[in-house]
Design a protein around this ligand. Sequence first.
Ligand SMILES: [Zn+2]
Length: 305
Amino acid sequence: MGNNCKICNDEFGNIEDFHKHLKTHKVTQKKYYLKHYPKKDPFDGKDIEYRNAIQYLETEYNSLSNLISHLKSVSKKEGQKICEKIISQRAAKKGLKFSPSQVESKSLNMPPVSFLIDYLDDYTKTFDKHNLETRYSYVDSYIGFNNTKEKILIDTREQTPILFENSKVQKLNYGDYTLERDTSLVIERKSLNDFIGTLSKGYDRFVREIQGGIVNQCYFIVLVEAPISTALNFHKMRQFNRFCKSSGGFIFHKLRSITEEYRNVQFMFVNDRKESKDYIEKLLGFGRELVSRMDLQYNYDKNII
Ligand SMILES: [Zn+2]
């Protein structure tokens, strides 16, 4: 949509200027958009809920379950068309290069990758058609990989280190955990608190670290010790909403910016610290080359790894 005012027909270069202009008409953004861009959820015909202008313009369904129910109520061919439309519209609007990862798709009101893999006839071909590269392989099998027993290095700055049978604390250039044999795959372990901090006030520093990693051919796994559903809704939790201004929506917007921009980083959410210990050993054991082909959250959610 252009930024031309439906009230006086003036044109604006960007949405911020347009929103300032709206004040001269003494109309709120909400009233303006609801009146001039009425939108209905195709599943139940109810009005799309308005939280802010960008969210409203980008939302086609009020919930993921409405979208999935809608897909189930139409023929598969028609449903596949709906999926493709959602994918291609988002790609065009954001100028995306890659098909979404499981984490990205779960943070948006779009069908998760784990759903699309089964639902679309050919996942990779569908994205190819819209000039979106599929970064990960969804056909590899990882049978035969056991948790590594190699020596794991733990960074001296890691506050509450997880110790392994065979591990050593020393200063690392990148990440919190890596293998002594190959330091090009690193894991950054994060509590939910650390994760929120990294993607809000620590964002610029984190991006610089990822950029530095490119030069040194370093691949980052950000391993978060909380389920993704909790991370998406952290602002509703008591211990956060008192002092934290950001919301899950904002944090995951940042996460998607990084994921879409850099090939050498992936986020993965596990249940808790106990699980993160298992996955540190497992992921390091896979090695850099294999990990960079895996959609880690997809494989975790589907109990493949
Ligand atoms: Zn106007």
